[in-house]
Design a protein around this ligand. Structure first.
Ligand SMILES: NC(=O)c1ccc[n+]([C@@H]2O[C@H](COP(=O)([O-])OP(=O)(O)OC[C@H]3O[C@@H](n4cnc5c(N)ncnc54)[C@H](OP(=O)(O)O)[C@@H]3O)[C@@H](O)[C@H]2O)c1
Length: 169
């Protein structure tokens, strides 16, 4: 099973602000929906509860939420106590590509353990104020491929590229 990471990052490394995303980018949300549909999506508890109620759990995906709180139960989600338990659960579901979707705590653990085979990064071409950051990572170990570019328009306050990074063999 491959492990992928899906994230949107500003030029200055921001991924979140005040427990939410500091941008609204419909083309990126569409990409996220298409990419993750049919897969196990893995997220930290704070990210799960940052999703607007109408959209959670994510439809047509197996939602896995990490929390050390053993009493936590979330309807429609599998709650796991640690990363290994989540990986084992996804494997038991015959998943081929587990998608880690945030937040910073989960991303930091995956990158520190060198577990990411692929990163799908929405690279926002702007410095944005925030309080949660993507961790430092070893970009040189990955091969970049541009998937799409979005210019600023009436629906998108910021331009961005979506880049797929695959671990070099
Ligand atoms: N830009 C993006 O692509 C993107 C994506 C996702 C999220 N975000 C943003 O990121 C922010 C939230 O991120 P965050 O870093 O503050 O929190 P987070 O990673 O979403 O959640 C942290 C919580 O997850 C649980 N957790 C994480 N790793 C665990 C592990 N190995 N074992 C057990 N539990 C674990 C813990 O929950 P307990 O405290 O319950 O134990 C921990 O407090 C929000 O602003 C959100 O909007 C941005």
């Amino acid at each position: 099973m491959n492990i992928s990471l899906v994230v949107a990052v500003s030029q200055n490394g921001v991924i979140g602000k005040d427990g939410a995303l500091p941008w609204h980018l419909p083309r990126d949300m569409q990409f996220f929906r298409e990419l993750t549909t049919g897969h196990c999506v893995l997220m930290g508890r704070k990210t799960y509860f940052s999703i607007p109620e109408a959209y959670r759990p994510f439809k047509n995906r197996t939602n896995i939420v990490l929390s050390a709180d053993k009493t936590l139960q979330i309807a429609g989600c599998k709650v796991c106590a640690n990363l290994q338990e989540a990986i084992d659960f996804a494997q038991s579901q015959k998943e081929t590509e587990l998608m880690a979707i945030g937040g910073a705590v989960l991303f930091a653990e995956i990158m520190a353990k060198n577990l990411a085979d692929t990163l799908y990064i929405t690279e926002i071409k702007e410095n944005i104020t925030g309080d949660v950051f993507f961790p430092a990572w070893q970009k040189e170990n990955y091969q970049a491929n541009l998937l799409l570019s979005q210019e600023k328009d009436e629906k998108h306050a910021f331009a961005f590229d979506i880049v797929r990074y695959d671990r070099k063999v």
